[in-house]
Write a protein that binds this ligand. Structure first.
Ligand SMILES: [Fe+2]
Length: 196
């Protein structure tokens, strides 16, 4: 499958990233240490941190920020409408244009850029859309043609650096890594939407 497709740039949200992030409580781990999403029963928005890949996902995000999710949902639907006009047989693109977009799959990723994200395929999803939100260009993403983690350094990778506002459709089954390309210690925030 095509490892990624850049769908758009200049995707801007009307909410302030720092305001929203300031309302998300600290990292909570699944008490059972499962990889699947863990939603704290309090209902509060929190981060779920994955130590092995150095990435945190928000949980209970839609519950606490429905308007923000709805805005992203509307914009993704508009984008999908544009792509529906273009005939394609690309497997990854078909995943996007045949998908029924829903607002409660909008989420945020936090990636502390002082450390790299080791090559991996995502455990909980296979196709997603990532939208650069803040400090997006402080890391380089390398995507392998292979889905086998141990082959990452032996098979060709395609690399890209996202800018804030860029929209990428990604096959997260393909092994990928994230490498810091800046010295800043500020976290990198990405809106993410999982298709499947
Ligand atoms: Fe990943």
């Amino acid at each position: 499958m095509t490892p990624f497709i850049k769908l758009a740039q200049d995707f801007r949200v009307n909410w302030n990233v720092n305001d929203i992030v300031g309302k998300i409580s600290d990292d909570i781990k699944d008490p059972n240490n499962n990889l699947v999403p863990y939603y704290d029963p309090s209902g509060a928005a929190h981060w779920q941190y994955y130590l092995n890949v150095n990435i945190a996902f928000t949980r209970n995000f839609y519950k606490n920020f429905p308007r923000e999710c709805f805005e992203v949902y509307i914009k993704l639907k508009e984008l999908q409408k544009e792509y529906l006009k273009i005939p394609t047989d690309d497997e990854l693109m078909l995943e996007f244009i045949n998908h029924r977009i829903v607002p409660d799959r909008v989420n945020i990723i936090r990636n502390m850029i002082d450390g790299n994200v080791q090559p991996h395929s995502d455990a909980t999803r296979t196709v997603c859309i990532n939208i650069g939100l803040q400090n997006s260009n402080t890391s380089k993403i390398r995507v392998s043609n292979s889905t086998v983690e141990s082959e990452f350094y032996d098979t060709p990778t395609t690399d890209f650096i996202m800018n804030d506002g860029d929209v990428f459709l990604l096959s997260t089954k393909n092994t990928h890594s994230v490498e810091s390309v800046a010295d800043s210690l500020d976290p990198r925030y990405i809106i993410t939407y999982h298709l499947k």
